[in-house]
Design a protein around this ligand. Structure first.
Ligand SMILES: *Cc1c(COP(=O)(O)O)cnc(C)c1O
Length: 383
């Protein structure tokens, strides 16, 4: 393969090493860093030769899926030669009841990430602007870049979405505003009052996406109820997921709630079978197991208290969370602490990629896992 010198090759890019015979991607794609998930347990086992590893890196439910979901998975395993119901009739009907809307208000995704991607594909073109917060969930950035739209990134205030500044960033080109509530990785939320003041400033023709992946974990009473905006017909999309409290991250089922016209638009760009057959069955079963959800909520609250108290004792700064994870502000590089923890068999997430070089994010785990994390962290920061 022949590499041309930069001055003679019109598409040469020193970073990517694109050559004259490669196909150039769309504008913006080269600036994207592939999404880095939490390291899989098997990978760390292989690389470090440690058998006993715990993963507190991807905000998964440490209690696992509902036993009812596991049963549904087993029962449906023999049916996977069939395509799933592309319209997910039963799951939608049951979700509609659960949420308190009609099935026309729902759009299903291969995880809620898929729904976010559909938003970009349906609404964001080059020249359009998408607003999101610096330190917000990274997928808004990816979607915006993939669609060739312009990213308008608004600084946070106290690690929290600053809605007045986001409203002030709206221009005639603004198409979509992404708000993670609560936000990952910071765990912070915007309040009902802040949201109401914000929505009063948003023009009717701008789509506001409230990403509520951690909705079921929120305990604060000033959390905004965003569903009324949709029932009023505002251009609002709520995304929620079966990946977090329902413990089905591996099956990739998420959903959007929106006025029917938005659902219809998103449906045009949706892949026909984006929600797999086993996932649909598991999600329906998980929805019925309210006891499992409540147990997960109780468990998370207890783990949060344990970790908050232990971090106070260690003198480590952290952001009070409304999710099932906590972001820690450290005095050293988050990557080095995460590495030290990994050598002790505890996988957490360094936060440099989110613009927090001295932070890590830890998922609230089982009690023994939380205690092992705290012990490891104590040793790591003392070194
Ligand atoms: C985990 C998470 C999601 C969920 O992604 P899925 O595709 O549903 O697994 C969405 N938004 C945020 C902010 C998250 O942290």
């Amino acid at each position: 393969m022949r590499l041309l010198a930069p001055e003679t090759n019109p598409i040469y890019d020193g970073e990517c090493g694109i050559t004259d015979i490669m196909i150039k991607p769309k504008p913006g794609i080269e600036t994207i860093q592939p999404y880095q998930g939490g390291k899989p347990v098997e990978e760390v086992q292989r690389e470090l030769g440690i058998a006993d590893i715990i993963k507190l890196a991807s905000n998964e439910n440490p209690l696992g899926p509902s036993p009812l979901a596991v049963q549904a998975i087993a029962e449906n395993a023999t049916q996977v030669h069939l395509y799933p119901d592309g319209n997910a009739y039963y799951l939608k009907a049951e979700l509609a009841k659960h949420v308190g809307v009609s099935a026309e208000h729902l759009i299903l995704g291969n995880g809620s990430n898929d729904v976010l991607q559909l938003v970009g594909e349906a609404y964001l073109a080059p020249g359009d602007e998408a607003i999101y917060a610096a330190g917000a969930f990274i997928v808004y950035h990816l979607v915006t870049k993939i669609c060739g739209a312009t990213a308008v990134v608004v600084p946070m205030q106290d690690d929290t979405h600053h809605l007045p500044a986001m409203a002030a960033a709206i221009t005639k080109k603004t198409k979509v505003i992404f708000i993670a509530n609560p936000n990952n990785p910071t765990g912070t939320m915007v309040t009902a009052d802040e949201t109401a003041a914000f929505m009063a400033q948003v023009p009717e023709n701008v789509l506001v996406v409230f990403d509520e992946a951690y909705y079921e974990y929120v305990t604060r009473t000033d959390y905004p109820q965003t569903l009324p905006y949709i029932l009023e017909g505002r251009n609002v999309l709520i995304t929620r997921t079966f990946s977090k409290i329902y413990g089905l991250a591996g099956l990739r089922i998420g959903y959007g709630i929106a006025p029917p016209a938005i659902g219809e638009t998103l449906n045009r760009v949706r892949q026909p079978f984006n929600c797999n057959l086993v996932g649909q069955a598991a999600a329906r079963a998980a929805l019925k197991d309210t006891a499992h959800v409540q147990e997960s909520q109780r468990h998370n609250a207890a783990g949060k208290t344990l970790l908050d108290n232990a971090l106070d004792e260690l003198g480590v700064g952290y952001i009070p969370t409304e999710g099932n994870f906590i972001m820690l502000h450290l005095n050293n590089s988050g990557a080095s602490i995460a590495n030290a923890l990994m050598r002790k068999g505890v996988i957490v997430r360094p936060m440099a990629g989110y613009g927090y070089p001295n932070a890590i994010r830890v998922t609230i785990g089982r009690q023994a896992e939380n205690e092992r994390f705290i012990a490891g962290l104590g040793e790591a920061i003392r070194r």
